[in-house]
Design a protein around this ligand. Structure first.
Ligand SMILES: [Zn+2]
Length: 317
């Protein structure tokens, strides 16, 4: 599972992973909440889990995973008023677009087909939207079109951009779907979709998680040259973490989450740096291991030492 999504949405992440493995997902899903870009990332991640030729690992390099990250997979298709368009309507997902979807479904496919329905625009982003775009890019996925100057931005679908006529045209496919098809609707509020779709779908609330309660100031001394870590400071660092925790009455999970949060913030600022992205993902993987150690009652100081030696070792290769 994607590390950023897993960190922000452990419950959803677990649920989707298990459901995808056991093939127990509904054929129509609604993701609703305030942050449509993170919903879009979750939709792509789900498409990846459903299509991966290996074990679905975050860094899997199978062709399906690569295509989905690049947003070029032939069977993972974004449908909005500006995506996958063959007619000239500009303000709605047209009946023609829906008919094209139905035509695709008529043929057979080697892939698990995923259609992501949303509203979208290009450019004109607010400050908050730009932040959401950066967070999306830090997940390693790409938008279906646009670039860093002309940024593609998804928003929630509503009855204006997906009319009941267009929606009703695909009801039958939602009701009696092929086995290897998933429809995903991104919206702000379930009531923004027509009831006939809502009643046939499994809906998931995606809260707009802002993890602002992690004060990461205490990490800056040891992490100021990140991803580099100063030699022969591992034991000091471990002791420093332990003392900080004790003095501030915190627990080990909080300390590890703070480090993880710190790294995801670095990732957001450097989403185009592939090498750094790989390092951060490995580090987050290691932090997840550390959390598992804590949960199996290994003492905090030992967990910190193990983590600190990992940081120290990985710079010297
Ligand atoms: Zn794969």
């Amino acid at each position: 599972m994607n590390k950023i999504i897993e960190f922000k949405y452990p419950y959803l992440s677990n649920f989707f992973k298990t459901a995808a493995e056991r093939n127990r997902l509904f054929h129509s899903l609604i993701l609703y909440g305030g942050n449509n870009y993170i919903q879009y990332a979750i939709a792509l991640e789900l498409a990846r889990l459903l299509n991966c030729q290996k074990d679905g690992a975050d860094d899997c390099d199978c062709q399906n995973c690569r295509w989905i990250r690049e947003n070029k997979h032939p069977a993972v298709i974004t449908i909005s008023k500006i995506d996958n368009k063959t007619d000239s309507s500009k303000t709605v997902i047209s009946e023609e677009q829906i008919n094209n979807v139905l035509d695709i479904l008529f043929g057979s496919s080697d892939y698990h087909r995923v259609f992501i329905f949303c509203d979208a625009k290009i450019g004109g982003l607010s400050e908050g939207e730009l932040e959401a775009y950066k967070e999306f890019k830090s997940t390693g996925f790409n938008p279906p079109q646009g670039n860093d100057e002309e940024i593609w931005f998804p928003s929630g679908i509503n009855k204006d951009c997906l009319s009941s006529v267009a929606a009703n045209a695909m009801l039958k496919s939602i009701e009696e779907p092929e086995n290897d098809v998933t429809f995903i609707f991104l919206t702000n509020n379930k009531d923004d979709l027509i009831q006939t779709i809502v009643s046939r779908s499994q809906a998931f609330y995606v809260p707009d998680v802002k993890i602002t309660d992690y004060n990461t100031q205490f990490l800056s001394e040891y992490f100021k040259d990140y991803p580099l870590f100063k030699k022969n400071t591992a034991l000091d660092f471990a002791l420093y973490l332990f003392n900080y925790q004790t003095q501030n009455n915190l627990n080990g999970i909080y300390i590890l989450n703070s480090i993880q949060y710190y790294l995801t913030e670095i990732l957001k600022l450097n989403y185009n740096n592939k090498l750094l992205r790989t390092i951060i993902r490995d580090d987050i993987e290691k932090l997840n291991d550390s959390k598992k150690m804590l949960k199996s009652y290994i003492k905090e100081q030992m967990v910190y030492e193990d983590l600190a030696f990992y940081f120290e070792k990985r710079i010297s290769g």
